[in-house]
Design a protein around this ligand. Structure first.
Ligand SMILES: NC(=O)c1ccc[n+]([C@@H]2O[C@H](COP(=O)([O-])OP(=O)(O)OC[C@H]3O[C@@H](n4cnc5c(N)ncnc54)[C@H](OP(=O)(O)O)[C@@H]3O)[C@@H](O)[C@H]2O)c1
Length: 324
């Protein structure tokens, strides 16, 4: 993800410069690479980069997130580790550490919103920094920023939609004649599947997205265990093709609706009538339909995004953070 982000930052250099934004990458950290930092800037043309001679000569290599962030002297952290639906880690620790050292924290990882949203939001406010996460739901489509910046004082009563690309690619692939395994392989080849694809197939990724939207936009705490969740593992090619032929295709549908002081939510395969726009959302495309007190039906559809879309969400957050 961050590799695509670096390319996009380069491609968008003229637009960023026009906004007075200059950037350099001063640190890279992954499980395999460990912690690399050079406040003078890394050569990221080959992504890993080579620390400068000065960095190699005197400074010991960082050994943990705090040391790495301080060595990099960063203004912004882009967090894009794999999702852990059960704990939100290690992303929560990374974001907390970045805010503690006075950097903005931008993440594509939904786990921290579900498991630590209030804490991280409060920490960001205390430090005068931003904690932004536009890429976590529907890639880079402006959902959180739309509600925050363009829909003041609105009440969100509920929403429904298709929010997981991998299962939608699998269902579309099976409708076209592929087996479940072939369709999953297709989702993995185009890079939309989670690192652990069972997170998609069993509905965890979709449930975490529902929880993120409920937490932030409906300002209601919801545990993942409170979301009724069923994945698509029980569906076969025959069942999926028969449902489409009968005019009521299967979709993995996410739903949330306010119910008094709580929110009732579900993720499960549903038969969708052809009159519903969800029936025509295929492959990596997604859709969300918001029900608000002012706009009874406000829908956003995203057609066939690539990895650039998610990286764009992080870039847009970057611009928001540094232009304030
Ligand atoms: N792909 C999409 O379309 C998409 C869309 C929206 C949101 N997201 C979210 O974006 C995040 C990244 O997705 P991705 O597709 O880029 O995943 P990915 O290809 O699996 O990359 C995950 C990266 O995180 C690093 N990592 C994992 N655990 C780590 C740890 N404990 N410490 C340090 N580094 C760690 C990995 O390092 P190594 O390679 O060294 O192991 C790898 O570089 C996920 O949270 C995902 O849910 C993805």
């Amino acid at each position: 993800m961050n590799r695509t982000l670096v390319r996009l930052l380069r491609d968008k250099q003229p637009e960023l410069a026009a906004k007075g934004i200059a950037w350099r990458v001063t640190g890279v950290a992954t499980r395999r690479l460990g912690w690399i930092a050079d406040p003078e800037g890394l050569n990221v043309s080959d992504w890993v980069g080579e620390p400068s001679a000065a960095a190699r000569a005197g400074v010991p290599a960082p050994r943990n997130t705090g040391e790495w962030l301080r060595a990099a002297r960063c203004d912004v952290l882009f967090e894009a580790t794999s999702l852990n639906p059960a704990t939100g880690q290690p992303a929560i620790d990374h974001i907390r550490a970045a805010l503690e050292v006075g950097a903005h924290a931008i993440t594509a990882n939904k786990g921290p919103i579900v498991h630590a949203y209030e804490e991280l939001r409060a920490l960001a406010a205390a430090k005068g920094k931003r904690f932004l996460f536009e890429s976590t739901v529907m890639d880079g489509v402006p959902i959180f920023s739309m509600f925050r910046d363009s829909l003041p004082a609105i009440q969100l009563r509920g929403f429904h939609g298709i929010l997981n690309s991998t299962t939608n690619v699998i269902l579309s692939g099976m409708e076209e004649g592929l087996t479940f395994e072939q369709a999953l392989q297709k989702a993995q080849e185009i890079g939309v599947a989670e690192t652990d694809a069972s997170h998609d197939i069993e509905g965890w990724d979709a449930a975490v997205k529902v929880a993120a939207l409920v937490t932030v936009l409906m300002e209601t705490r919801i545990a993942l265990t409170d979301i009724q969740r069923q994945g698509i593992g029980g569906l076969t090619g025959e069942k999926v093709r028969a449902a489409r032929a009968e005019g009521r295709p299967y979709k993995l549908v996410c739903r949330a609706r306010r119910d008094g002081n709580t929110v009732k939510a579900s993720v499960r395969p549903e038969h969708v009538p052809l009159s519903d726009p969800m029936a025509w959302v295929a492959g990596t495309s997604s859709i969300v339909y918001f029900e608000t007190d002012i706009f009874p039906g406000l829908a956003i559809t995203e057609n066939h995004p690539g990895v650039d879309a998610t990286a764009y969400g992080m870039l847009a957050d970057f611009v928001r953070a540094v232009t304030g």
